[in-house]
Design a protein around this ligand. Structure first.
Ligand code: BGC
Length: 727
């Protein structure tokens, strides 16, 4: 593998995409700080404050006379959003803003391949620069706590390590193109219901072990230039004015020197927010920008002696630092950007193809041999539905979007008779992007089912494209339940009775209940919202051109009640308060510790080929607390096709003074193998990362004794274990 050593603008050395140190300080930082001080010394208070609040929906004023340009922000996270009017939410109707649309966050995490996150960051950076944007509002990295959260599709996983690896790679790549990332939403924005009024409570341990690590890695390893404060409250205080989160943790502990901005309309005060460490106010719902908390009221607060000028200077310095790191003050040397190149589209395809998770394949129905099949039934609304334009703030005006039916027709239509039936109807008056409440979802449409059964009978094989759409997976509301909507359970079972060769493709970005269909059909493929290349990617996986190598980035429960927050009845909270009683037992940590068998476990996914893990070994048997465990494993492709397996290394601490999860993911690697090929992979786990957060000591604690390394290809399938000792 090529070794690249480069110094990032923020001052850490990255080797093979692994940052070995984060000093947040590079030699030329001193020069930069000097320039920042000099610029600030030339500003009036009014000018300083003008840099700390928006002057329209997505722009912040610059200071022309000092050569400081206007700041341009744009939504991400999986594409650069089309241009929005400066003073209202309508699209501006530009003709050059059709972007590359990637599959959203859960799909990216399902690839378990941080290289793809890196590639995505590069593309997003280039397209953001083409659009002259300075900050891209992503990645979205909140923990998937409940299957119902409307924004799960934008987020990545229930596991902090998987999130961290993806987020760090994405941010580093994006920022290498002179565009600042904005990691969101800081913090505990794990539901959309009451998101702008809910007060979240959790233990310090849950904060440190589950909810914080993704943000910590994004800032300290990824070097994120900006962070977006969430709508909700955390332990009684709004996230945008939360002294504990913003000042103590983000600034002091994580050493964050970038810009903390609000989510759109998430500011609630002037003095308190200013003192807690907020830098930039965005999206406030007041027409006159001068009336915003961080506009005239901030000038008044400084003049009244309530907010020291030094606090304002600190904020301005944060803004200028991000501007300089993204070369805003040196446009000539800045990335120029490109839009929608074939390479960009290829990157979107790669993500969609690698994200597909094969959940079930009885009798090896898949892959389908289209050279032999003469007729196929394609059924379901999702066979023809385009999804890139949905979901609210993450919606993309994509250059094109290939649906599954289009792709299958184009690739195989010349030789295979394709019989399409709608199967079910979207049935909703919900308008995507309107916040108008959720779709009605349970009506069984027998007319459509009868038509589907007819085409199923006439065809050799059936593919049903079902799942969800952005009426369900959307910002600003949560799903009401985990069911497959629109009577799909009935549709699928009727079609499968008519033709047992039925494959179900689930297109969704959050968990749905599959217990009604797993016994009815032989094959289930989960193919996510697939971005602009969705159809091409899923067709290639179904036909076997691409071997499925995705793994679930979250647990798929049998029913909602299995899932921790719901088992304990604390979602979405009561009286605008929610207490995360499941504590650190989020996702598979809950299922495995409580010995609950889900429908499909975290990390699960089949392939058309087969793999075997060989011996698991470590460089030593006994480790000190500051050492690193080097774990060697071998993976063999024992089947007939090229494919990839994800080696997942979990660790457990069998004897501890506190409850520890049955297992926790500590390292992973996706390994690509030719038939018969064996590769040896070394995974590295710091002993320090085996610690739990000890509330009594207010510090991390690695207790001496045995730890069990568990190697598997899902949290539910461990094939090798090995004991190590920490002394
Ligand atoms: C969302 C953010 C988004 C912002 C700007 C908010 O409603 O929560 O994620 O970046 O809008 O569109």
């Amino acid at each position: 593998m090529k070794i690249t050593v480069r110094r990032s603008a923020i001052g850490f050395v990255c080797i093979m995409m692994t940052c070995v140190a984060n000093a947040q300080h590079a030699p030329n930082d001193d020069k930069q700080e000097e320039t920042i001080r000099s610029l600030i010394s030339q500003m009036t208070l009014q000018e300083k404050v003008s840099l700390l609040h928006a002057n329209s929906k997505f722009y912040v004023s610059g200071i022309k006379r000092l050569g400081i340009p206007e700041w341009a922000l744009s939504d991400g996270p999986h594409g650069v959003r089309a241009e929005i009017n400066r003073d209202n939410w309508a699209y501006a109707g530009w003709t050059n803003d059709s972007a590359t649309c990637f599959p959203p966050g859960t799909a990216l995490a399902a690839t378990w391949n941080p290289k793809l996150a890196y590639e995505r960051g590069i593309v997003l950076g280039e397209e953001a620069r083409f659009r002259k944007k300075d900050i891209l509002l992503g990645p979205g990295i909140n923990i998937i706590r409940s299957p119902l959260c409307g924004r799960n599709f934008e987020y990545m996983s229930e596991d902090p390590l998987l999130i961290s690896k993806m987020s760090v790679a994405y941010i580093r790549a994006l920022q290498s193109k002179d565009v600042a990332a904005s990691v969101k939403h800081w913090l505990a924005n794990n539901q959309e219901e009451h998101r702008d009024s809910i007060d979240v409570y959790m233990s310090e341990r849950a904060l440190r072990e589950i909810y914080l690590p993704g943000f910590k890695a994004s800032v300290t390893e990824g070097g994120a230039y900006t962070v977006m404060a969430a709508y909700n409250k955390f332990r009684g205080d709004w996230c945008s004015e939360n002294e504990y989160l913003d000042r103590k943790i983000l600034r002091k502990e994580l050493g964050f020197k970038g810009v903390l901005m609000t989510d759109w309309s998430a500011a609630h005060s002037t003095e308190k927010a200013a003192l807690a460490g907020l830098d930039l106010e965005m999206g406030t719902d007041k027409k006159d920008y001068q009336e915003w908390y961080f506009a005239n009221p901030l000038i008044d607060a400084v003049e009244a002696g309530k907010v020291p000028v030094s606090v304002v200077d600190e904020k301005v310095a944060n803004v200028l630092r991000v501007m300089m790191r993204t070369k805003m003050l040196d446009e000539r040397s800045r990335e120029k950007g490109k839009m929608n190149t074939p390479e960009h589209q290829r990157a979107a395809y790669n993500d969609a193809a690698e994200a597909a998770v094969l959940l079930q394949n009885k009798g090896d129905l898949l892959p389908l041999n289209f050279n032999k099949i003469r007729s196929i039934a394609i059924i379901g609304d999702n066979a023809t539905r385009k999804h890139c334009g949905g979901g609210l703030s993450s919606e993309i005006k994509t250059l094109y979007e290939i649906t599954p039916l289009e792709a299958i027709r184009k690739k195989f239509g010349a030789t295979v008779k394709i019989n399409f039936a709608q199967g079910y109807d979207k049935q909703s008056t919900f308008k995507e992007g309107s916040n108008a409440g959720q779709a009605s979802s349970d009506k069984v449409d027998w007319k459509l089912i009868d038509e589907a059964v007819e085409v199923a009978k006439e065809s050799e094989v059936v593919i049903i494209f079902g799942g969800l759409n952005h009426d369900f997976d959307t910002e600003s509301s949560d799903k009401k339940n985990m069911d497959l909507p629109y009577g799909q359970d009935v549709l699928i079972s009727e079609v499968a009775k008519a033709n047992p060769n039925t494959v179900v493709v689930i297109i969704a970005g959050s968990p749905v209940k599959l217990s009604g269909i797993v016994h009815r059909v032989p094959a289930i493929l989960w193919s996510w919202f697939g971005g602009m290349e969705a159809g091409n990617a899923v067709a290639d996986v179904l036909s076997g051109k691409v071997d499925p190598s995705g793994k679930m980035p979250f647990t798929l429960p049998v029913s909602l009640e299995q899932s921790p927050a719901h088992a304990l009845g604390n979602f979405p909270g009561r009286n605008l308060k929610v207490n995360y009683e499941e504590d650190i037992l989020v996702g598979y940590r809950w299922f495995d510790t409580k010995k609950i068998t889900p429908q499909f476990p975290f990390g699960y996914g089949l392939s058309y080929t087969s793999f075997e893990f060989g011996a698991l070994s470590t460089d030593k048997a006994v480790y000190g607390k500051d050492e690193v465990v080097h774990v060697k494993i071998t993976v063999k492709n024992t089947g007939p096709r090229y494919g990839a397996e994800v080696a997942q290394l979990y660790v457990s601490d069998p004897v501890a003074t506190v409850l520890r999860p049955a297992k926790e993911l500590k390292a992973f690697e996706k390994v690509f193998l030719q038939p018969g090929e064996t590769k040896t992979v070394t995974l590295h786990v710091k002993v320090a990362d085996l610690a739990f957060y000890d509330e009594s000591k207010k510090d991390w604690n690695v207790e001496m004794g045995d730890f069990i390394l568990q190697l598997g290809n899902s949290s539910g399938n461990i094939s090798r274990t090995l004991k190590i000792v920490v002394k």
